[in-house]
Ligand binder design. Structure first.
Ligand code: UD1
Ligand code: CA
Length: 457
């Protein structure tokens, strides 16, 4: 097996994006376009993966610094052939090279594998696609034998050639020696005065190298992103595809067109996801989980039979089986609900562990806290975890009851079975089974009368 190198072209300006950001760094489903290309292509690379940069080169090199890539700069954008020529010195001379575009994000690994499999010493491979509306793309011109003869760019095409529906995707694979042989022969005598990589095809045929084609089944797999409208359309297509995969996996989506997944989502049986739910990062939902409308889950794990009511945000947290969260709850990173827990409206938690059956039903902040089993936290309870400099822990034992509108000044421990009276500020530990309260005595003023309205002077 010869070495497979990969070249990803990403030097173009992306003028039509009207952006200061390099085009291939724009996001599709929460990941930069070029990351999608890398996800498909890198596993096929046994040599070097070379990214050709130009416009926004530094930005791109910085964003991809952690990836196993080589960057080459194309100083002037003189066309796709010139871009590949810039990468040539970084390639293994006796290997195979796969050329990809950074702005064609949905290319699939299986397609690229097919392409690589078609490369021999006497044959290169080109990925094409049939488009009902081919405008903007290079057309594939075939000889009467059916063999590929050339690619003609739209600007240079005759009316007859423009009627061809088979178009160039830009993706191709060939032996590096062939590239070395043919690239220097490419000129710039065309409508744009650029060095077109597509001219390689006609030159290959003239030099006795056959051109095999692989057809992409789905046009969106090879759709390029040139402007924000195309990006938005591709995002919807991608989301719909993910939604369909979830439906096939047995989840119900109230509206597959109003579902967004920017990451991964594993689902159990009979999951129900209402409209406008957004998932980011890696999420897991158990069996019979219900997610209400307008929820936002980021790296969340939700156990069997749990119900997440509408407008709830769950980040980097675990919701145990049978728990009910929301509406309008916010679980911040480090929240762990054991099981059968209840978190109600306008409750914020952070780094908080709740034992089985514990409840925080209304209007509370519980952070840096460990609650035992069956704890009941009344409305308006605040764990005062921050003294302005450091964070401190609150520990509440099994079965404790925290009366409404209490402030628990951490570090503080409330013993198992203890009760805190409503409206208390608790700054000292409370022993198990005790009642603690810090409440001014209520008094009734004898003989008090409501003031009466006086006439202005
Ligand atoms: C190109 C193809 C066309 C094909 C279409 C598919 C050529 C001449 N035309 O046209 O046949 O149907 O893609 O999407 O190849 N780039 C560089 N350096 C340059 C020029 C471009 O790195 O000097 C990069 C761009 O950043 C982009 C890719 O190459 O990632 C394609 O360039 P673009 O200008 O978008 O080509 P198209 O006109 O779309
Ligand atoms: Ca393009």
């Amino acid at each position: 097996m010869s070495t497979t190198d990969i070249v990803i072209l990403a030097a173009g300006r992306g003028t039509r994006m009207r952006s200061s950001k390099a085009k291939v760094l724009h996001s599709l489903a929460g990941r930069p376009l070029i990351e999608h290309v890398l996800a498909s292509a890198l596993p096929l690379c046994s040599g070097h993966c070379v990214v050709v940069t130009g416009h926004g080169a530094e930005q791109l090199e910085q964003a991809l610094a952690a990836r196993p890539l080589r960057f080459v700069r194309q100083s002037q954008q003189r066309g796709t052939a010139d871009a590949v020529a810039a990468a040539l010195p970084a390639l293994h001379p006796s290997g195979v090279v796969l050329v990809l575009y950074g702005d064609v994000p949905l290319i699939e690994r299986a397609t690229l594998q097919q392409l690589l499999a078609a490369v021999t010493t006497t044959q290169m491979a080109l990925l094409t696609v049939q488009l009902a509306e081919p405008s903007g793309y290079g057309r594939i011109v075939r000889a009467t034998s059916g063999a590929v003869a050339a690619i003609v760019e739209e600007r240079d095409a005759s009316a007859e050639q423009r009627a061809i529906n088979e178009v160039n995707t830009g993706v191709l694979a060939l032996r590096t020696e062939q590239l070395q042989q043919l690239l220097p022969q490419i000129g710039c005598d065309n409508a744009q005065g650029e060095y077109y990589l597509t001219d390689l095809i006609e030159l290959a045929v003239a030099n006795g190298i056959a051109v095999a084609t692989v057809a992409a089944a789905d046009p969106s797999e090879v759709a390029g992103v040139n402007d924000r409208a195309q990006l938005a359309a591709l995002e919807r297509h991608y989301q719909r595809r993910q939604a369909d995969a979830l439906l096939a996996a047995g989840a119900t989506l109230a509206d597959p067109a109003r579902f967004d997944l920017r990451g991964t989502l594993a689902v159990g049986e009979d999951v129900f996801i209402d409209a406008n739910v957004l998932f980011e990062g890696d999420n897991r939902l158990g069996n019979n989980v219900t997610i209400g409308a307008n929820c936002h889950l980021i790296n969340a794990t939700v156990g069997d039979n749990a119900i997440i009511k509408s407008h709830t945000i769950i980040e980097q947290s675990e919701v145990g089986p049978g728990s009910v969260v929301g509406p309008f709850a916010r679980l911040r990173p480090g929240t762990v609900l054991a099981g059968e827990c209840k978190i109600g409206n306008f409750v914020e938690t952070k780094k908080a562990q709740l034992g089985h059956g514990s409840k925080i039903n209304h209007l509370s902040y519980v952070g840096d806290a460990t609650l035992g089993r069956a704890v009941n936290v009344g409305a308006g309870t605040i764990t005062c975890n921050y003294d302005g400099v450091n964070k401190h822990q609150t520990v509440i034992g099994d079965g404790a009851f925290i009366g409404s509108n209490s402030a628990l000044v951490a570090p503080v421990t409330i013993g198992a079975g203890a009760t805190v009276g409503a409206g208390s500020t608790i700054a000292k530990d409370v022993a198990a089974e005790q009642l603690a309260l810090t409440r001014a005595k209520q008094l009734t003023v004898p003989g008090w009368k409501k003031p009466t309205k006086t006439e202005p002077q």
